[in-house]
Design a protein around this ligand. Sequence first.
Ligand SMILES: Cc1cc2nc3c(=O)[nH]c(=O)nc-3n(C[C@H](O)[C@H](O)[C@H](O)COP(=O)(O)OP(=O)(O)OC[C@H]3O[C@@H](n4cnc5c(N)ncnc54)[C@H](O)[C@@H]3O)c2cc1C
Length: 409
Amino acid sequence: MVAERFVVVGASLAGLRAAQTARKSGYDGALTLVGGEVHLPYDRPPLSKAYLEAGTDEPEDPTYRTDEELRTELGELADLRLGTWATGLDPERRVFSLSDGTELEYTAAVIATGAKARTLPGTEELAGVHTLRTLDDAVAIRAAFDAGARVVVVGAGFIGSEVAAGARKRGLPVTVLEALPVPLVRSVGEQMGRACAELHLANGTDLRCGVKVTGLCGADGRVTGVSLDDGSTIPADLVVVGTGVAPNTDWLAGSGVTLHERDGGIVCDETLATGLAGVYAAGDVAHFPHPLFDGLVMRLEHWTNAAEQGMLAARNAINPAEAKPAAGVPYFWSDWYDSRIQFVGIPQADEIRVVSEELGEDKFLALYRRGDRLTGCISIDRPTQIMKYRRQIMKSGTWAEALEFAGVS
Ligand SMILES: Cc1cc2nc3c(=O)[nH]c(=O)nc-3n(C[C@H](O)[C@H](O)[C@H](O)COP(=O)(O)OP(=O)(O)OC[C@H]3O[C@@H](n4cnc5c(N)ncnc54)[C@H](O)[C@@H]3O)c2cc1C
């Protein structure tokens, strides 16, 4: 069936790409983009990078399109409902219920509601404690940087580490607290997590691994420090909690959409179909089996994945008879201090081999093997190299070929 009423829920990267792609692929019916945030769709990666940098000028606006540009691009039959949350989905009647009390019919839909940052329970009322997921979060953190805050970051993942790097660039004192003995183990493996951690140490960030936060201290409603299980307290004016995200799917409870038992993300098939007629999902919210990695089910939190899946989900939802699988090689980047970390593929590996340390400084490249296949590659400041390995992973290249390509035996 070709769609007549196409609805996209979630107006960030995946949702925006879904709406744009519907139009680009010739769909000219009714199109509604529903977004809970009041802001026009905006780019999140700069929020933990350029947006936090010093300067009295206003930081660059991360919005993808002006209101006029977006309405022109999506056409007359497009309805942009910002500041409106989807609150339910009835697959029998094919309607979404919305926070303004109205209902929205669909013949085809893409759910791209992404994820929200996890918080430290019980700290919501304390001023100076933030997560970093939204533009509003970034405005608050930037203001605290401007005020010269002593910064404590809880969690040495990518977002927390970028915030730490941004604070150090401004000369602010920064402590990063990580519960695991080595950061980023799930994202890049232990050995490479250790290599990334070196960047913190080399740039004057006090990285403490294997520590447990027991609570926050405050006075007059503001945070004053972070308490650890060894009895010590680290003074802080700004605490940024970077302990991961949870998919935004509470509103789908009871709708019949299958939610993943581990994190509540939406379980999709390889075409991003949810199992409910006409309903697809895309981006940070979606679990899907990846055909390049023997059907391994994954949920990615990467910009490129959200963009690619938004486009694919729209095409598949509008024309399900020709639905294609989500098969892009996962890719993300992260900027720490003056270095760029990049990763292609998946981190689950039987072996991780560093293939170029000889460049000295912090530059390196390492390959990930699963069975006899090349399945991943990480680099620090080797942008051209890593894309060559991305192509090898795309064509299911063997480990032997990858080593030969890297010039090692
Ligand atoms: C600070 C930051 C830095 C990042 N840096 C990088 C980077 O360097 N490299 C990289 O690869 N990736 C990076 N990412 C990850 C990347 O930005 C995400 O993968 C991407 O934003 C996911 O897009 P999405 O559209 O799937 O979800 P989201 O961006 O989470 O958007 C979902 C949208 O849906 C809305 N929504 C939620 N529930 C509802 C509802 N019920 N009704 C209506 N709307 C709803 C939300 O308010 C939100 O606007 C970064 C993320 C952050 C937060």
